[in-house]
Ligand binder design. Structure first.
Ligand SMILES: N[C@@H](CCC(=O)N[C@@H](CS)C(=O)NCC(=O)O)C(=O)O
Length: 236
């Protein structure tokens, strides 16, 4: 049987939790990574490579990322993660773990979107104004991370669903990791021992340790070149 195919831009973005989950599960998969054109041309960045295929793939809701598994095709990053998680024991099945992990899933998406809304905003303002908007992200981030720290403290859990690693951890790790680039040299997790341990625990997973340390993961931008920052980024 042909391996699962994942289509996405040639960035980490919304596909990285899916890629990491597949690697963790040791599931063979093929990737179609769409480029943004030639960086030396005035038309860069452009969507041409993706747009040439977008409506030819038989997707009900054409978008990126997509998953093609034989005749089965779908989009929506979280739905793709959940399909893979359900099939491979990577989703909580008991209460309250399921409710807690779904709560954190939604909270992590909110944290991620606050950043996305700033860096992809149509009116980015002057570099100074943009810098101020990035600084303004710190307060809500610190509040959310402080709450996550307290959650781990209160529940004594290793992962968001207790002691079971689930697909939500793949989202949480990736989207919290994006903030390391935007925080520049100012540490964001160091004051939070539980959250720091959580990030480290994920990075140390034997299934992912090598990948997370590799250039394949570290040197690829988190975001597309349409974002003011986050496209060209090498993790320190
Ligand atoms: N809710 C969707 C959002 C998908 C989305 O916004 N994809 C962006 C990249 S992050 C894209 O460029 N889609 C291609 C398109 O709109 O044609 C998901 O989570 O998968």
């Amino acid at each position: 049987m042909a391996p699962i195919k994942i289509g996405y831009w040639d960035i980490r973005g919304l596909a990285e939790p899916i890629r990491m989950l597949l690697k963790h599960l040791n599931i063979e998969f093929e990737e179609k990574r769409y480029g943004f054109g030639n960086e030396s041309e005035a038309s860069f960045p452009n969507l041409d490579e993706w747009l040439a295929e977008k409506f030819t793939l038989g997707l009900d809701f054409p978008n990126l990322p997509y998953l093609i598994d034989g005749d089965f095709k779908m989009t929506e990053s979280v739905a793709i993660l959940k399909r893979l998680a359900r099939a491979n024991g990577m989703i909580a099945t008991t209460e309250p773990a399921l409710s807690y992990s779904e709560m954190i899933e939604a909270m992590i998406i909110d944290i991620r979107n606050r950043l996305i809304n700033v860096v992809y905003a149509e009116n980015l303002g002057t570099p100074e104004e943009f810098e101020q908007k990035l600084v303004a992200l710190r307060e809500p981030l610190e509040t959310s991370l402080g709450q996550l720290e307290a959650f781990f403290q209160k529940h004594g859990s290793q992962w968001v669903a207790g002691n079971q690693l689930t697909y939500v951890d793949f989202m949480a790790y990736e989207y919290l990791d994006w903030y390391r680039v935007f925080a520049k040299s100012t540490p964001i997790f160091e004051k939070l021992p539980k959250v720091s341990d959580y990030m480290k625990r994920f990075e140390e997973l034997p299934s992912l340790k090598e990948y997370i340390a590799s250039d394949e993961h570290r040197s690829v931008g988190c975001l597309s070149p349409f974002a003011r920052i986050g496209h060209r980024w090498v993790k320190e």
